[in-house]
Design a protein around this ligand. Structure first.
Ligand code: SIN
Length: 511
């Protein structure tokens, strides 16, 4: 469908015919639907011309055929990034900051195009996609500012003849491996920090959603980010492992930052050991969402809706297990069911749609498996619990009560629109259940009891806790988990440290 490599951007765009499936309102969005990888400032096809299809999960239609790169092209991208690093690290922080600000401004000015592409390839509603573009780009603006605040230290010296300093230096080339659930934000949260620190990057976006990644490159090019600083290697599922292996194994890559499943994160960590790379891992969750008897139940229901059903339940910090205390259990279940009844499931680009499809049929299979398992073991479906005829990637938003610990939904991350509600009696029991997992990304609870608020906030084994609040994400907070949910923090004043080494410098021989 798409032609071979061209130096002209417009040769990389989709045809108007296919574009109508991406963007109903804005023809200019077609300029972004690129089909080649972006290496060393050029739009390049795979060496053998192979491509893989990117399809719209709402209707299964082909959006684009994208370059299917392999280990070879990835090595080349790493070499270009290593070469570009030599110059980029020597830009002043102020110059890097200016370029990042420019990139941020161009992307926010083109929020609609980016959102349309995101909805087309990921399925989330256009309102959520617009929100994601604002969220993703906010990291670029944030780190443009942080670039100018990378302070080292001058230490009080213990020796008259010595002066001791800490210098902060960029780690080098970074391999950035990102998921499909936030095709824009997960890239910009990492790349914003890396570029601000003076690192260069090779990004491998998820095979389901490479177009949002390529679109950000288009704007980086417009902003004047130099060739080789930002590289995107696209590939199909077939080549994902070999591309990942190059990024983890190549000694020219100094750091790996990954967002995705714990299982894949462990493989990437193992592959990074031989070259002793720095790693940041934002991995799976199994968030508990606890509602205590003293809670404002209406607020808790609104919180559960936004946490559990954000992106149709496909976020790492989505509530996975809803634990509700006995006195408010029935009221909560009833009100949550009523709220879910109002959802309008459909194509994310259609007016009025509140919840889009899942990413693909495999994701639907997992939700269905969890629902069937829960029902077999005594769970009662209050709403939903079935595949939808709209298409293979659609599942009805579901609430199930009478959930118990034996059910798969309590042990595994569903990553879909299923709210399982567990009844508990005592605070201790809720904490025991909440912490009975190797995951520790986010947790939430609703309570009006101040003593309880402090106890539970401190005792939940997670990296992030929402107290009477279910929307946690922002560029200024330290995002990340503990236990098997990952290592390192993204965003906030700490996010840039993941891309910096501290060098101790000792000036001696002073009198
Ligand atoms: C995630 O699902 O991994 C990211 C969610 C967020 O940044 O809010």
């Amino acid at each position: 469908m798409i032609g071979k490599m061209s130096h002209k951007l417009f040769n990389n765009i989709l045809t108007i015919r296919s574009m109508t499936s991406i963007c109903k309102s804005s023809r200019s969005a077609m300029t972004l639907a690129l089909s080649n990888a972006y290496i060393n400032g050029k739009w390049v096809p795979a060496e053998d011309g192979s491509t893989f299809p990117v399809k719209n999960p709402a209707n299964g239609k082909l959006i684009s055929e994208v370059a299917d790169m392999t280990a070879n092209e990835t090595e080349a991208a790493v070499n270009h990034a290593a070469k570009a690093f030599k110059q980029w690290k020597d830009y002043t922080a102020f110059d890097r900051s200016k370029l990042l600000k420019k990139w941020y401004t161009i992307m926010t000015n083109n929020q609609e195009e980016l959102a349309q592409i995101l909805t087309a390839e990921n399925g989330k509603t256009i309102t959520e996609a617009r929100g994601e573009i604002m969220y993703g780009t906010s990291f670029v603006e944030w780190f443009a500012e942080e670039a100018k605040r990378v302070y080292g230290d001058v230490l009080p010296s213990g020796f008259k003849s010595k002066r001791q300093l800490h210098l902060k230096q960029p780690v080098g080339v970074c391999g950035i491996i990102t998921p499909w659930n936030f095709p824009n934000a997960m890239i910009l949260r990492k790349v914003g920090a890396a570029l601000a620190a003076g690192c260069t990057v090779v990004v491998k976006p998820a095979e389901d959603t490479p177009l949002s990644a390529l679109a950000t490159c288009h704007y980086a090019e417009q902003a004047g980010i130099p060739a080789g600083v930002l590289n995107v290697v696209t590939c199909s599922h077939k080549h994902a492992a070999e591309v990942g292996k190059v990024l983890c194994g190549n000694p020219k890559v100094s750091k790996i930052s990954f967002t995705g499943s714990t299982e894949t994160g462990k493989i990437l960590m193992k592959q990074s050991v031989d070259t002793m790379k720095r790693v940041s891992m934002e991995l799976g969750g199994n968030a508990a969402f606890i509602v205590f008897n003293s809670a404002d139940v209406n607020a808790a229901v609104a919180g559960a809706v936004s946490s559990k059903f954000r992106g149709s339940g496909q976020t790492c910090i989505s509530a996975n297990r809803l634990l509700v205390q006995d006195q408010v259990y029935d009221e909560f279940c009833e009100k949550l069911t009523k709220a879910v009844e109002k959802f309008v499931v459909g194509d994310g680009l259609e007016d009025g749609t509140t919840h889009g499809p899942l990413i693909n049929e495999k994701a639907v299979d997992k939700v269905d498996k969890h629902v069937k398992d829960a029902v077999e073991k005594g769970g009662k479906v209050l709403i939903g619990g079935e595949r939808l005829a709209k298409g293979p990637a659609f599942y009805s938003p579901t609430v199930i009560r009478d959930i118990n610990q034996e059910m798969a939904v309590c042990r595994e991350e569903t990553f879909g629109p299923l709210a399982p509600v567990i009844k508990f009696k005592e605070e201790k029991e809720a904490l025991l259940i909440a912490n009975s997992t190797r995951m520790g990304l986010a947790g939430y609870f609703y309570s009006q009891d101040i003593q309880q608020i402090w106890r539970v906030a401190e005792d939940l084994e997670v990296g992030m806790v929402g107290i009477n609040e279910s929307v946690l994400s922002a560029m200024n907070i330290a995002f990340g988990g503990i236990k098997e949910s990952g290592l390192g923090r993204e965003g906030s004043k700490y996010g840039i440290d993941e891309y910096l080494n501290i060098k101790y410098a000792c000036f001696g021989g002073l009198h």
